[in-house]
Design a protein around this ligand. Structure first.
Ligand code: HEM
Ligand SMILES: *[C@@H]1O[C@H](CO)[C@@H](O)[C@H](O)[C@H]1NC(C)=O
Ligand SMILES: *[C@@H]1O[C@H](CO)[C@@H](O)[C@H](O)[C@H]1NC(C)=O
Length: 321
């Protein structure tokens, strides 16, 4: 009798589980998700990011990129923050991330502060979304309202990171396809690429461009070659936007128009193709770029989130609970 009742309950649970999971998967992100549960989360993140960016402006760029690399790999689920374990090889050591993505300790520090205020409540994925928004604004870029309610992945995939993140040698067609695969339009792609108005890159990522590309300003190529030799100096850094490397402005697009895109993939946006007209517009209209960038960031932040009872709220961003 007891056994039959248990069996009946189990059957109900098995039948309902996929329906509930479906409902959870469809639960949208919302702007007020933590209003009652953790009213201070946004001010905690903002203050911590202000401190980090003041100490080192490049950190704003690094956190922004980390969010991009999280969202493009199985959605915005903080999978990029997971350290490798015995049971999976994660994303940190994937080609596009190893010795490149930085700022993990900034997210750890924010998470620690958020846990003190509201234990086991705010996901690492949401902290990263808020931190990226604040990073842009603290560097002089736009701000926007962040939709919240993402949950954290239980696992991470090195092969997914290698497959889903575009490389600096990408063609325009590849960029459009890879962003299209994530539900982002060519216009979103061109706006989001404006993130390369801040931050630094290693010689190894742009060597091919400065020695072998035709569509490059020769003065600019010579300048970059001085610190990025043909056969050494892989890790030597150069600003991606040489004009204003610490300001989130629209100089990136003017660079493209004077053939000073640092990556081959950057210059592909202004190389006689479909994005030339938009690049020209952004180069002369900072407000239009700022508005489009903010809109595209909200869209990128909504790529395949885990919601409802999917995943978990991690206590430590580096490990599943
Ligand atoms: C369109 C395709 C993209 C390609 C091919 C690309 C490629 C790269 C590469 C190769 C680097 C230098 C990495 C290194 O030297 O270690 C870099 C840096 C950076 N990327 Fe992208 N990226 C793309 C799109 C984006 C997007 C969509 C964002 C953000 C919305 C972004 C934000 C950044 C930032 C801020 C940096 C500098 C990071 C730092 O200084 O730590 N990128 N990117
Ligand atoms: C935070 O919450 C977790 C899970 O509910 C619990 O295990 C942990 O002891 C709590 N930590 C503090 C400091 O309250
Ligand atoms: C190349 O760069 C130099 C120096 O920044 C600039 O003055 C010049 O106008 C650029 N040339 C072209 C063809 O855009």
């Amino acid at each position: 009798m007891a056994t039959a009742a248990v069996r009946c309950l189990l059957t109900v649970a098995v039948v309902l589980a996929p329906l509930l999971a479906g409902a959870d998967a469809g639960r949208p992100l919302s702007t007020g998700f933590y209003n009652k549960k953790c009213p201070n989360v946004q001010s905690i993140v903002r203050a911590a990011m202000a401190q980090a960016v003041t100490a080192e402006p490049r950190m704003g760029a690094s956190i922004l990129r980390m969010f991009f690399h999280d969202c493009f790999v199985n959605g915005c689920d903080a999978s990029i923050l997971l350290d490798d374990t015995a049971s999976f090889t994660g994303e940190k050591n994937a080609g596009p991330n190893a010795n490149s993505v930085r700022g993990y300790e900034v997210i750890d520090a924010i998470k620690t502060q958020v846990e003190v205020s509201c234990n086991a409540t705010v996901s690492c994925a949401d902290i990263l979304a808020l931190a990226a928004r604040d990073a842009v604004n603290l560097l002089g870029g736009p701000t926007w309202t962040v939709y919240l309610g993402r949950r954290d992945a239980l696992t991470a995939s090195q092969s997914a990171a290698n497959a889903n993140l575009p490389g600096p040698g990408s063609s325009l067609a590849t960029l459009i396809t890879m962003f299209g695969n994530k539900g982002l339009s060519p216009r979103d792609m061109t706006a989001l690429s404006g993130a390369h108005t801040v931050g630094q890159a290693r010689c190894s990522t742009f060597r091919d461009r400065i020695y072998n590309d035709a569509n490059i300003n020769t003065t600019f190529a010579s300048l970059r070659q001085q610190t990025c030799p043909q056969a050494s100096g892989d890790a030597t850094l150069a600003p991606i936007d040489a004009q204003t490397p610490e300001a989130f402005d629209n100089a990136y697009y003017r660079n493209l128009m004077s053939k000073q895109g640092l990556f081959h993939s950057d210059q592909e946006l202004f190389n006689g193709g479909s994005q030339d007209a938009l690049v020209k517009k952004y180069s002369g209209n900072a407000a239009m770029f700022a508005a489009d960038f903010a809109k595209a960031m909200v869209k990128m932040g909504a790529i395949s989130p885990l919601t409802g009872t999917q995943g978990e709220v991690r206590l430590n961003c580096r490990n599943a609970n």
